[in-house]
Design a protein around this ligand. Structure first.
Ligand SMILES: [Zn+2]
Length: 245
């Protein structure tokens, strides 16, 4: 199901994770792709816009965790769609480096019913499979990217070294990936927040990256997990940095 959150910008999602479709005429940019098991839902969300997967001009990746890159290989192979990310994230995508929570990290917390249910759900979607992607390419930092929606990438390291948010200036939408979320299956908290620490490679860097988001010109957040959020970015950052209750 699609939710329009800005001019041409739609938030959609699979199981416990979001992706974003940005339409410009009959061309589309997709940001993140859900779990491997979400592939059919991702295709369906493109068709809901009256387009087909071959209309996608580029897939942008916030970071190369399995819940965000589950379909990138398939899109490259079937449609030749370029898959772009920050240069520091490419090694996570190609498998040269691994910055992610391990099965053991999750198992240690699985005594919590909420976590156990979530772990069972995502393992059915291929969460424990190792997704590596040799065709990952880096975009060049800074200027708007030459893809539908003209997004400005914002390097937000912490969750992973090459994590990036994407600002869609015309729509006033910031796609935050896992640098800032508004909910998660294993969190009771609602509203802007950080993911539980064991998901994050470098917590200090993650907080510094949040500070970088304050000054961006957007009033809508499309997070990697949780619903869209509308309001001043500074308020979202304040909430995300406030201690967990
Ligand atoms: Zn995620």
């Amino acid at each position: 199901m699609l939710t329009q959150i800005g001019d041409g910008v739609h938030l959609s999602g699979g199981t416990d994770v979001n992706w974003v479709l940005v339409q410009d005429g009959d061309a589309l940019t997709v940001v993140d792709t859900g779990y491997p098991g979400d592939a059919d839902r991702l295709d369906a969300s493109v068709r809901e816009l009256g387009l087909v997967p071959g209309d996608v001009s580029a897939v942008l990746v916030t970071h190369a965790h399995v819940d965000h890159v589950g379909s990138v290989a398939r899109w490259w192979e079937h449609h030749g769609v370029p898959v772009l990310m920050h240069a520091d994230e490419v090694p996570n995508a190609t498998g040269e480096r691994a910055e992610s929570a391990t099965t053991l990290d999750v198992a240690r917390r699985a005594w919590r019913p909420r976590t156990a249910l979530w772990a069972a759900r995502i393992s059915r979607l291929g969460a424990t499979s190792h997704q590596t992607f040799a065709h990952a390419r880096a975009w060049t930092d800074g200027a708007p990217l030459d893809v539908p929606g003209a997004p400005v990438p914002v390097h937000t390291p912490g969750h992973t070294s090459g994590h990036a948010a994407y600002l869609f200036p015309a729509a006033g939408v910031l796609v935050t990936g896992d640098a800032l979320v508004t909910g998660h299956a294993i969190s009771r908290r609602r509203g802007p927040q950080q993911l539980p620490g064991f998901f994050t490679a470098d917590g200090v860097q993650a907080e510094r990256s949040l500070e970088r988001l304050r000054a961006l010109d957007a009033d809508t957040i499309a997070p990697g997990h949780g619903p869209a959020w509308r309001g001043p970015l500074g308020d979202a950052v304040d909430q995300a940095l406030s201690p967990r209750p």
